[in-house]
Structure formats: C-alpha cells, structure tokens
Design a protein around this ligand. Structure first.
Ligand SMILES: *[C@@H]1O[C@H](CO)[C@@H](O)[C@H](O)[C@H]1NC(C)=O
Ligand SMILES: *[C@@H]1O[C@H](CO)[C@@H](O)[C@H](O)[C@H]1NC(C)=O
Ligand SMILES: *[C@@H]1O[C@H](CO)[C@@H](O)[C@H](O)[C@H]1NC(C)=O
Ligand SMILES: *[C@@H]1O[C@H](CO)[C@@H](O)[C@H](O)[C@H]1NC(C)=O
Ligand SMILES: *[C@@H]1O[C@H](CO)[C@@H](O)[C@H](O)[C@H]1NC(C)=O
Ligand SMILES: *[C@@H]1O[C@H](CO)[C@@H](O)[C@H](O)[C@H]1NC(C)=O
Ligand SMILES: *[C@@H]1O[C@H](CO)[C@@H](O)[C@H](O)[C@H]1NC(C)=O
Ligand SMILES: *[C@@H]1O[C@H](CO)[C@@H](O)[C@H](O)[C@H]1NC(C)=O
Ligand SMILES: *[C@@H]1O[C@H](CO)[C@@H](O)[C@H](O)[C@H]1NC(C)=O
Ligand SMILES: *[C@@H]1O[C@H](CO)[C@@H](O)[C@H](O)[C@H]1NC(C)=O
Ligand SMILES: *[C@@H]1O[C@H](CO)[C@@H](O)[C@H](O)[C@H]1NC(C)=O
Ligand SMILES: *[C@@H]1O[C@H](CO)[C@@H](O)[C@H](O)[C@H]1NC(C)=O
Length: 676
C-alpha cells in the first residue's frame, strides 16, 4: 500500500471568529474612501499625490489655471464626493469632477455614459471659499474606479482632501461591508480572485433603493440625436420598498431585472447571504404585476411596461430560488397566488406544437427572440418543474398534475422540433440553423435534454466555439455575454466537464479581471469577441456597465460545483456534496443559510483524497466522493453529530465518483485511499 502523502490536519476556519480568507475580500473597511494613486495629470498641479490615501495629512494639492488630475481608487467603488477646499484665489473658482469605471473613458471633459448616447456631464462645484463641498445625494455615482478633478479658467484652488462616501450595502454597518458569510479558496489564485470579484460585484449592485435610476433619457437620446458630452444624470428614483435592493448594474440602470438576479442571487447567497435585498427586489416586481393577466414586468419601476417571456419567468425562478436558499415558507406563501397566476399567463402561450410561442422580442438584449424559441421554452420547462416543487412544499396539489403533463409535452416537443442531431445542439427555433449559446446552455441547466450524450455534445460544441476572449453568443451578433456564459459554466459542470468550466472561467473572467481597461474588481456587462469594449446591443460603448450582477456566474458555480456544496431543498434541509475539481488539487468553501453552516474541503494527494464536510444538525444529504484512477476504499468518519460513527464504502478502481446516501448533518471526515 502506498503511504498517504496528504494534508496537514484539517480544521474548519469558520470555527474561529475571523472571516476566512478575508485577504481576498475587496469590499472597503470604511465608508470614507480616498484615491489610491494618481492615474495621470495635465497642466499646473502641485503635489497631486497629496490627495491619495497614502498622503492624506500632507500639504494641499494646488490647481493653477487649466489643469486636471485623474485619480485611481484601485477598485470599482460607488458613492458621493466631498471636496475639502483649503484656499481659493478668488470667488470665481470651480472644480469639476468626472467619473469612469474603465481607464478607457477617463476624461477631463465628461464622465463615462449612463444614457444611450453621449457622455455624462461633469459635476461642478463652485468653490467660493475654503470649506467642505459635498455633492447632493442624487449625484452619487454608482460605479467608478477613476475620478478626475478639473480646474478651468485662471486663478487657483488648493484642495486639502477629496473623499468619497461609499454607498453600496447601505443596510450593513460601516465597518462590516466585507463581513462575508461565505468563502472560497483553491490552489488557483486567478479563480480565487474571480470568486471574490463576483461577490464584490453583487455588493456594489446592492443599493439604497431611494437612489435608483430615473431613466430620464430613455428612448429620448441616441447617437443619431446627440453625441454631447454634457448629458444630464442623477440617481434619485425610489425603485423598491425597504432600505436596500439588488439591482442589475452599479453605474447604469440601477433598477431591478429578474433575469440578472438568476445569476446574481446564488452568488449573493454563497458570499453575503443578503436575503433582504433579494426580497425587496422580488417584491417590487410582484407589486406591479398585472393582476388580471398575471403578466410580470420586464424590469422594475420606473422602466416602461413591456412584456418579456423570459424575464417574466425569471421572476418566478427568483421566488423558487429564494425558497431553495432560505426555506422561508412564509415569503413563498405570500407570493404563491401571484406566482400561479403568472404561470398561467406563460402556459397560455403554449400552442398545438406543445411549445410556447414567444410573441415579444424582449430578453437579455439578444436578437431574434421569437416563435418556438429554445431558450424561452427551456426556461419555461425549468420554471414549471420548480413550480411543482413549490406546490409540494406548500401542500397545494391542485396544479401538479397539469404542470407535470405540460412539462413533459414541452420536453418532447422541444426535442422533436428543435434538436439538431447532425450538429449535436438545439436550434434557436424551427426556421433557423443558428445554435444559440443561451438556449443550449439552458437546455442542459433545465434538463430539457433526454440523455447524457446530448449534454456531452452540447458541452463540447460550446467549447469548440470559444474565441480568445471567451464564449460567443451567436444569437447576439457574436457578443460575449458574461450573463449567458454563466449558464454555459453550469452546463459544463452538469456535463461532468469541469475542465471546460474552469477553462472558460480562466479565459473569459480572467480577461474581465486582468485587462487594463477593466476594473480588476468587478465584472463587465458585455463586450466584443475581438476584446473591444463594444457590446453589440448598444450604440454607445461608454454606456457599458463594468459592474453587472449578471456577470458573476463563477462565484456560485465555484461553490456549488467545484467545492460541490449544493442545497437541494428548503434552505439546505437536504443537500449534496459533489466536488468536481478538474485540474485543481485543493478546494475549500463554505456558506451560511438560515439553517446554519455548510462547508466542504477537498484535497487530492499522491496516495488518495481527503475531505471534510459540514452541514447543520437535522439536515441530511448525499455525498459524491470523486475517485482517483486507482483501486481503493472510501471511509466516512463522523467528527461530530450524525448517528453511526463510521460508514465504509469500498470502490472499484475507476475514475468517477462513489455516492454515499443519507449522510446526516454534522461534521464528517472522508478519506479515499489508494490501495495499490
Ligand atoms: C484635457 O484632456 C485633453 C485630452 O483629452 C488634453 O489634451 C488636455 O490637455 C486636458 N486638459 C486639462 C486642463 O487637463
Ligand atoms: C492628460 O492628457 C492626456 C493626453 O492628451 C490625456 O490622455 C489624459 O486623459 C489627460 N488627463 C487628464 C487628467 O486630463
Ligand atoms: C468653469 O466651469 C463652470 C461650470 O461649468 C462655469 O460656470 C465657469 O464659467 C467656467 N469657468 C471658466 C473660466 O470657463
Ligand atoms: C466586521 O468584521 C470586522 C473584522 O473582522 C470586525 O472588527 C467588526 O466588528 C465586524 N463588524 C460587525 C458589525 O460584525
Ligand atoms: C433616436 O431618437 C429619436 C428621437 O428620440 C428617434 O426618433 C429615433 O428613432 C431614434 N433612432 C434610433 C436609431 O433609435
Ligand atoms: C450641451 O452641449 C451641446 C453641444 O454639444 C449644446 O448645444 C447644449 O447647449 C449643451 N447643453 C447644456 C445644458 O449645456
Ligand atoms: C431628482 O433630482 C433632480 C435633479 O436634481 C430633480 O430635478 C428631481 O426633482 C429629483 N427627483 C426626485 C424624485 O427627487
Ligand atoms: C428564429 O431564430 C432566428 C435566429 O435567431 C431569428 O433570426 C428569427 O427571427 C427567429 N424567428 C422568430 C419567429 O423569432
Ligand atoms: C406565434 O404567434 C404569432 C402571433 O399570433 C403568429 O403570427 C406566429 O405565426 C406564431 N408562431 C408560430 C411559430 O406558431
Ligand atoms: C393544463 O391546463 C391548461 C389551462 O387550464 C389547459 O389549457 C391545458 O390543456 C392543460 N394541459 C394538460 C396537458 O392537461
Ligand atoms: C432529467 O431527465 C431525465 C429524463 O429525460 C430523467 O431521467 C433524469 O432523472 C432527469 N435528471 C434530473 C437531474 O432531474
Ligand atoms: C488586481 O488586484 C489584485 C488584488 O485583487 C492585485 O493583487 C493585483 O496587483 C491587481 N492587478 C493590477 C494590474 O493592478
């Protein structure tokens, strides 16, 4: 027998009060922020570094004549600015402030954009005399890494300090913005940074709902009307009840979009478990449901009324996800009659083909959404299956028989009409040969597929299409959609193709972190297959958001599939631990729900594999131990809780996994030892 060359003694980091791996957390430790460094400057400026964090307390920075300094905060932040003015040459002095998420749009004339055209106007302060000048609250900027101070005209202004009051996560204590309830760590530093940047992206998209986007220019300006650099902007529309809301983007939109939440919410659960912001956002959508038809909005207020077949369903998925991650039956009950009405609305579009006929193009801004679309029908199939589980949890048997039949008929019709056996992917609809990224990823995620060969073919066909910058969405003029690629990641894991999923994270999200035009802290909404900051659905490149919750797919996927901690029901009353490490040798993750802590750590050594797992007392689950290419035995030992002290399983030599069912909550140690 080969000796085990494994591991130090394993101990759950969470048992101490410190936050595990907190060195990776990007959230600031205080709400008062100063620039980290000088990006560049022009004109006569004395001591521009004095305004950076390192140098506060030094002599002031003096702007003389036409001059400007661009500062870099090092990460994407959000908030409103205060200038502490030391001296002015006369009462006719002004300091302007511009903001940009990307280094690409840094300018002394305007901010990056929030409207469909042009650039956003400079925020001007008339600095009459020494003192503190604070921007009005509606002039908070929702996302920026760079901030430029501009001095126009003659004369001079000396500035003691420039501060930003950080506004995201408004309902969390000022010193606790980074107090995460979950963590992730593995032996690939890029993946660690990706997990934490995803967690942070969702935080910066969690806002005070009184400062949402008023959408003042929606449908009013576009590039054929204006390329002005003085587009007005402010954020003061109340978008939800409560004191925090999860919105789609930090800089732009700042309103509730259910589709975005389908990726953002699981990322929130595994990192901050900020459930109240999710509830406020979901409630805001049901508040404006059409109470006779059941139709839910495309987006929350103040977005104009529009029908989106998919975003309607994503709102329903939001409720199912909420129940899965919280087990809060009261919240579910409060929305259940509305949920069923909304489901009837979707089902009423199923025609004699067995599929839903999509009659409105609104989706995630892809093109060609219509007819018997595969993505929309896969999402419908998934939502119906979620509905059956919710009905069972509520003891409402009435809709189950019908929903079960309808789901089965969607599945058989989709495979009959839309599966392309030659290609090994689904078509977008019956009248095209386009094989979309969204519909194929969703077909796997929803289990619309009927066999594992379809799943494997979809996974390998998606990989074959990757560009040097990531996975293209053919249905959106080849744009790279970090949103849809989040579902593609899940599809690869479900195909047992962890190496593809990790490969895509490194390729696409690695680019999204490390490219010099990115924020190195939050994930962009979309870009081009050529790596340009151009997103096919938009005319105005400066409008692209660099912090979009829908781009945070790796965060939940790393926890759910790589560490392998999956909640199967009601806040984790039942669960599965099924690590898929790909080429990794070590992974350690955990998170909390209202039921308690779930954690799993897996280490692969030369002679075997060792795991520790933990789940709350009173829960039960299934363990899938990944096997190495050797004969061996799996040993399960209770470290605490659980009943039977040890369970022993003997596995044949192969690569794959061995499943141990009915594992009770508690702490367990698992070893797989190669015997030869
Ligand atoms: C403003 O930026 C332009 C380039 O866009 C540069 O030529 C000019 O010198 C800058 N002006 C000031 C006052 O910094
Ligand atoms: C300074 O001028 C350069 C060159 O024109 C420009 O790229 C840069 O954005 C300007 N920076 C500021 C702070 O004005
Ligand atoms: C500086 O900008 C402010 C705000 O736009 C404007 O009122 C003022 O006239 C400008 N000063 C000069 C000298 O251009
Ligand atoms: C947040 O964490 C920090 C550092 O671990 C700790 O000092 C602080 O007390 C925590 N704040 C709250 C409100 O838990
Ligand atoms: C641009 O906006 C104008 C006026 O708001 C509108 O008439 C026109 O159709 C828009 N053009 C495009 C390409 O959206
Ligand atoms: C904005 O700039 C345009 C020229 O690009 C000008 O016509 C317009 O008056 C400006 N608006 C304001 C409010 O300064
Ligand atoms: C929002 O701010 C703008 C600009 O300051 C102001 O005109 C508007 O009345 C404000 N709206 C609300 C709802 O406070
Ligand atoms: C079918 O799919 C193609 C490709 O996406 C699209 O161009 C076409 O508009 C779709 N048909 C309908 C009815 O939406
Ligand atoms: C979907 O419904 C529209 C509007 O009723 C109709 O024109 C279209 O032919 C239908 N599409 C299919 C694929 O049946
Ligand atoms: C399910 O219910 C809907 C609406 O009541 C009805 O139109 C449909 O025929 C039913 N489907 C099945 C398969 O029972
Ligand atoms: C997926 O569907 C197949 C039938 O097509 C079924 O056998 C299988 O259990 C389903 N998988 C899951 C995870 O529900
Ligand atoms: C990006 O951020 C990481 C910390 O998350 C830091 O170690 C790294 O140096 C940064 N990269 C650049 C190019 O600034």
């Amino acid at each position: 027998m080969k000796p085990l060359s494994l591991l130090p003694v394993l101990a759950f980091v969470v048992s101490s009060s410190a936050i595990a791996y907190d060195e990776y957390i990007l959230a600031p430790k205080s709400r008062t922020l100063h620039p980290a460094s000088v990006h560049n400057f022009n004109g006569s400026v004395t001591g521009p570094e004095s305004l950076t964090k390192k140098s506060t307390g030094n002599s002031p920075t003096t702007f003389q004549g036409e001059s400007a300094v661009a500062y870099d905060f090092g990460i994407n932040i959000a908030g409103f600015v205060t200038l502490d003015i030391a001296a002015v040459s006369d009462a006719d002095q002004y300091i302007g402030v511009t903001f940009s998420e990307s280094s690409y749009w840094v300018s002394n004339a305007s901010s990056d954009a929030t409207a469909d055209a042009g650039k956003d106007e400079t925020l001007w302060f008339h600095v009459l005399s020494p003192g503190r000048y604070t921007a009005p609250r509606e002039k908070e900027r929702g996302g920026f890494r760079y901030m430029t101070l501009v001095h126009n005209g003659t004369g001079s202004v000396s500035v003691n300090a420039v501060e930003v009051h950080y506004t995201p996560m408004p309902h969390w204590a000022d010193d606790a913005i980074g107090n995460y309830t979950g963590y992730f760590h593995c032996d690939d530093e890029l993946l660690n940074r990706i997990w934490y940047a995803g967690a942070y992206t969702n935080q910066i998209c969690t806002i005070d709902p009184h400062y949402g986007d008023a959408l003042i220019h929606i449908f009013q300006i576009n590039s054929s009307v204006s390329d002005a650099t003085n587009v007005t902007w402010y954020n003061n529309y109340t978008i939800t009840n409560g004191s925090s809301a999860l919105v789609d983007g930090a800089k732009r939109d700042r309103i509730v979009w259910a589709g975005d939440m389908a990726i953002a919410v699981p990322g929130v659960v595994v990192s901050t478990n900020d459930v109240i912001s999710i509830e406020n956002s979901l409630n805001s959508l049901f508040d404006i449901q059409n109470t006779s038809s059941g139709q839910l909005p495309y987006a929350g207020r103040p977005f104009p009324t529009a029908l989106s077949f998919t975003y309607h369903l994503y709102t329903l998925i939001g409720v199912a996800d909420h129940y899965l991650y919280t087990g809060d039956i009261a919240f579910l009950s409060s929305l259940w009659s509305k949920w069923k009405l909304a489901m009837s609305f979707s089902l009423s579009y199923i025609d004699s083909s067995g599929l839903m006929n999509v009659t409105s193009p609104a989706d995630w801004l892809r093109f060609g959404m219509g007819g018997h679309n595969i993505e929309a029908n896969a999402i419908l199939y998934y939502t119906i299956l979620q509905g059956i589980q919710l009905a069972e949890a509520l003891g409402d048997s009435e809709p189950i028989a019908n929903w079960t039949l309808v789901a089965a008929s969607i599945k058989s019709a989709a495979n009959r009409l839309l599966w392309d056996e030659e290609v090994g992917m689904y078509r977008d609809n019956e009248t095209t040969t386009l094989n979309p990224q969204d519909g194929n990823s969703w077909a796997v995620v929803s289990n619309l597929t009927t066999n594992s060969s379809q799943v494997e073919r979809i996974s390998s066909n998606l990989v074959r299409r990757w560009t040097p910058y990531g996975a293209p969405a053919l249905e959106a003029a080849d744009a790279i959609s970090p949103f849809i690629s989040g579902f593609e990641l899940q599809a690869h894991f479900l195909a047992q193709n962890a190496s593809a999923a990790l490969g895509l994270m490194r390729l696409q999200w690695g680019f999204m972190l490390d490219d010099a035009r990115m924020t190195n802290s939050t994930f962009i909404e979309g870009y081009s297959t050529t790596g340009e900051l151009h997103y096919a659905p938009y005319l105005n490149d400066a409008r692209i958001s660099h912090a979009h919750g829908w781009a945070t797919g790796p965060t939940s996927s790393l926890t759910f599939y790589v560490a392998g901690i999956q909640l199967l029901s009601a806040g984790g009353r039942t669960w599965r631990v099924a690590p898929e490490l790909g080429d990794l040798k070590h992974v350690d993750a955990g998170f909390r729900t209202s039921l308690g802590f779930f954690g799993a750590k897996t280490e692969i050594g030369d002679g075997g594999l060792e795991m520790e797992l933990e789940a709350p007392e009173g829960t039960s689950g299934e363990l899938r131990v990944p096997l190495l290419a050797c004969k061996g035995r799996v040993l399960l030992q209770a470290l605490s809780g659980g009943c039977g002290d040890t369970v022993v399983e003997v596995a044949e030599a192969n690569v794959g996994s061995v499943t141990v069912a009915d594992v009770e909550g508690g702490k367990w140690k698992v070893t797989f030892t190669c015997s030869a």
